[in-house]
Design a protein around this ligand. Structure first.
Ligand SMILES: Cc1cc2nc3c(=O)[nH]c(=O)nc-3n(C[C@H](O)[C@H](O)[C@H](O)COP(=O)(O)O)c2cc1C
Length: 383
């Protein structure tokens, strides 16, 4: 190995015991391969078997906590104990080479397009007519909100029983937890909205429920939280970076093991802005640096965003503690192995002609062919 990359191979100990052998992580990515009942399919297993040495921290794509609340028909869901054995197979495949398997748990909220198709309902904090949705959402009542918080805990318990090393709470990318935090999506006047403090309550209650349930199964559970650092779309402001920092500060004092900053959209791991819109904040500098300074070693920071080469992975360690990759994990599962062998020049981001070897699920390829807005994978559409 070229000596300059040794920092990527330094271990990291989580607060609750488990250790990572290196700083490589696989981003959470839905790969649209699940069986109709939400359990992992053979394609899911093959896809992860091909990538279980990509990094030491391996995240599943978003797993919904409810069978009838899915964004896509082939999204994973863990809605009952009956699904535990199937998820145990996935956990075993992910852990086969000593990597830590962490399951991302999610409620899509208004984005549950498939759930809407099945049940005629997609739930949200407030019943707003969102211009980008072809359906009207249904406002959650207080009992339903507490039911969802409980369901997050149940999902965490089931995934720990299935043998996962931990869970990541999906608080990012415009799904239900973010919808509650967003002043754009949340117009409630009860305990769950109206002020910044109340907009944080749903995220806080979900976090407490998940920590309690996961640690009851395994005191060493690795528990993380993924956040989008701001929600700004031109004139529309869901929350600013400064508001997100208040939630992050609260999370940093909880019994968590890592914070994962989502960089979806145009974000790069070193960006000063999350999307193309100017930041609303008094803070200067890269978003991840601002967050890392606030964390002040209370939690390790997982970062991601257009890391496609060994040099970029190394540079990312100047902004965070764990380097997570999405497209690079889809395109070259041997990314880390190539760096370890001094062959980083052979890292290949073009998947053309390599689809069978890469074990990319057919549903994932179909979604890309439909032109869904996801980070582009070079060569996928030309293969
Ligand atoms: C196919 C695909 C599916 C994704 N699904 C999820 C998901 O389930 N949960 C999530 O938090 N982010 C998801 N993302 C975003 C990635 O986790 C990551 O933040 C993004 O791709 C940027 O990193 P990259 O440039 O290394 O790909 C997905 C990205 C891709 C490409």
């Amino acid at each position: 190995m070229n000596d300059s990359y040794h920092r990527l191979f330094e271990p990291l100990a989580f607060k609750h015991g488990p250790q990572l052998k290196n700083r490589f992580a696989m981003c959470p990515m839905v790969v649209f391969a699940a069986n109709e009942d939400g359990t992992p399919s053979q394609e899911d297993l093959d896809y992860f078997r091909r990538r279980n040495q990509f990094g030491d921290l391996l995240l599943t794509g978003a797993i919904t906590i409810s069978e009838h609340i899915k964004g896509h028909p082939q999204q994973l869901s863990i809605a009952s104990d009956a699904a535990i054995p199937a998820f145990a197979e996935l956990a075993a495949v992910m852990k086969a080479h000593g990597g830590k398997a962490v399951a991302q748990i999610q409620h899509p909220g208004r984005e549950a397009a498939h759930g809407y198709k099945q049940t005629g309902k997609a739930y949200a904090p407030s019943s707003i007519r969102f211009p980008f949705l072809p359906y009207q959402v249904t406002e959650l009542n207080d009992d339903e909100i507490w039911g969802i918080i409980e369901a997050f805990g149940l999902a965490a318990r089931r995934l720990m029983q299935a043998g996962f090393d931990g869970v990541e709470i999906h608080g990012a990318n415009h799904y239900l937890i973010q919808q509650f935090f967003s002043a754009y999506s949340n117009k409630r006047e009860d305990d769950w909205g109206g002020t910044l403090a109340k907009r944080m309550n749903f995220a806080k209650e979900v976090t407490k429920a998940v920590i309690k349930a996961a640690r009851a199964e395994n005191p060493q559970a690795i528990i993380g939280y993924r956040i989008s650092p701001e929600e700004i779309h031109g004139e529309t402001v869901g929350y600013t970076l400064d508001e997100a920092l208040l939630l992050i500060d609260w999370l940093a004092n909880m019994n968590l093991d890592f914070l994962d900053v989502s960089s979806a959209g145009s974000g790069n791991f070193s960006s000063n802005a999350y999307k193309a819109f100017p930041r609303i904040s008094a803070q200067q500098g890269a978003i991840n640096t601002i967050i890392r300074t606030l964390l002040n070693n209370r939690l390790p920071l997982v970062i991601s965003g257009t890391i496609r080469s060994a040099e970029e992975a190394l540079d990312a360690l100047n902004y965070g503690d764990i380097v997570a990759m999405g497209v690079a994990a889809l395109s070259d599962p041997d990314f880390k192995a190539k760096i370890a062998a001094g062959k980083e020049q052979q890292i290949n981001m073009n998947v053309a002609g390599r689809l069978a070897d890469l074990r990319l699920p057919s549903g994932l390829i179909a979604v890309y062919k439909q032109g869904v807005a996801l980070p582009q994978v070079e060569g996928l559409l030309t293969d």
